[in-house]
Design a protein around this ligand. Structure first.
Ligand code: SD4
Length: 327
């Protein structure tokens, strides 16, 4: 029984799902509806982790990772660590629709987006992101996402452990507990919108937009712009959306895994669980979640390390409904 058009999104990003639903219900394509939904989240700066003014990096700068994928043509467009341009998902769609490439990064991604008509250069910092970063700088000089390094002068620049002269007086910060990677220190509860849409004709598309991990090392790119990791779609099978610790997830391509498992006959629930358990076998402290959607519109989530919620709008619903998934 077909249950589409359908919109599914990570987290209770209700307004984003409503926007995508309005578009798809009015006859927009899956790709355009996904872009509509994700850009609504960017405009609303969902949870302070999507769009402009969200999660700053170690230098206090906000950057954007975004992806869009057409599950019919298998075209993908993505931008990573994009600076000075607030419209992540629209930039990703421009890459998909107007280039032969898949992924543009950094300032060059921004230049491309602006050359194609998106507004910019724009300062992506907000008073909230500056305040968050200032507090972090003040309260901690922690290695954060670094491992096997020691901070010099109490607080960066970090140097590999074995290069550091521990008799160096300037190095007063050698507490071993501080030098391990602090897991998920930069991961908040709702960091990424990843959305799947099945349109009226049964075409499927997915999209993702995020600022990535808070206080990341500048230059870090998460799973957001990686097809198969944060999202994936193949129209004859279904789609998947993911959120969580992208540094780990991009090693497993959980969304590719989910879609391929469904292709081999697994139900969405089992495909989602299986993709998460492949990660947790190797990384028991992993925090993340996936939502699987098959081509008829059945959906299910799986998560680890947190309680996950995702949002759905289908013809059977009066408004967006939020589903809770326990680890
Ligand atoms: C990242 N996956 O950049 C994103 C963050 C996220 O919920 O989804 N957090 O790693």
């Amino acid at each position: 029984l077909k249950q589409y058009p359908l919109v599914v999104s990570t987290w209770p990003f209700i307004e984003a799902v409503r926007a995508a639903w309005r578009a798809v219900d009015a006859g927009s394509s899956a790709v355009d509806s996904v872009v509509e939904g994700c850009s609504t989240c960017e405009e609303l700066r969902c949870d302070g982790t999507v769009g402009p003014g969200g999660s700053p990096d170690e230098n206090g700068e906000t950057t954007i990772d975004a992806l869009v994928m057409d599950g019919v043509t298998m075209e993908v467009g993505a931008v990573a660590a994009m600076r000075y341009v607030k419209d992540g998902i629209k930039a990703a769609r421009l890459v998909m629709q107007h280039t032969e490439h898949t992924l543009l990064v950094g300032e060059k991604a921004s230049e491309f987006a602006i050359s194609m008509g998106l507004p910019g250069p724009t300062n992506l910092s907000s008073s909230e992101s500056i305040e968050k970063w200032t507090e972090w700088k003040k309260s901690s000089c922690q290695p954060n996402f670094r491992k096997n390094v020691l901070p010099v002068n109490n607080c960066g620049p970090y140097r590999p452990n074995n290069f550091l002269d521990l008799s160096d007086e300037t190095c007063s910060f050698i507490d071993q507990s501080q030098i391990a990677r602090l897991p998920h220190v930069g991961l908040h509860s709702h960091d990424t919108i990843s959305m799947a849409v099945i349109d009226r004709t049964g075409r499927i598309a997915v999209g993702t937009s995020t600022n990535g991990a808070t206080f990341k090392i500048p230059g870090r790119v998460g799973d957001g712009p990686i097809a198969g990791s944060s999202a994936y779609a193949i129209d004859e099978v279904g789609a998947c959306c993911a959120t969580g610790d992208g540094d780990i997830m991009m090693r497993f391509l959980p969304c590719y895994q989910v879609v391929e498992s469904m292709r081999l006959g697994m139900e969405p629930k089992h495909a989602a669980k299986d993709a998460i358990s492949r990660i947790t076998k190797k990384f028991p402290n992993f925090v993340g979640a996936v939502v699987a959607v098959n081509k008829t519109g059945e959906h299910a989530g799986a998560c680890h390390g947190w309680t996950f919620r995702y949002s759905v709008r289908s013809p059977a619903m009066k408004d967006v409904e939020v589903f809770t998934v326990l680890p």
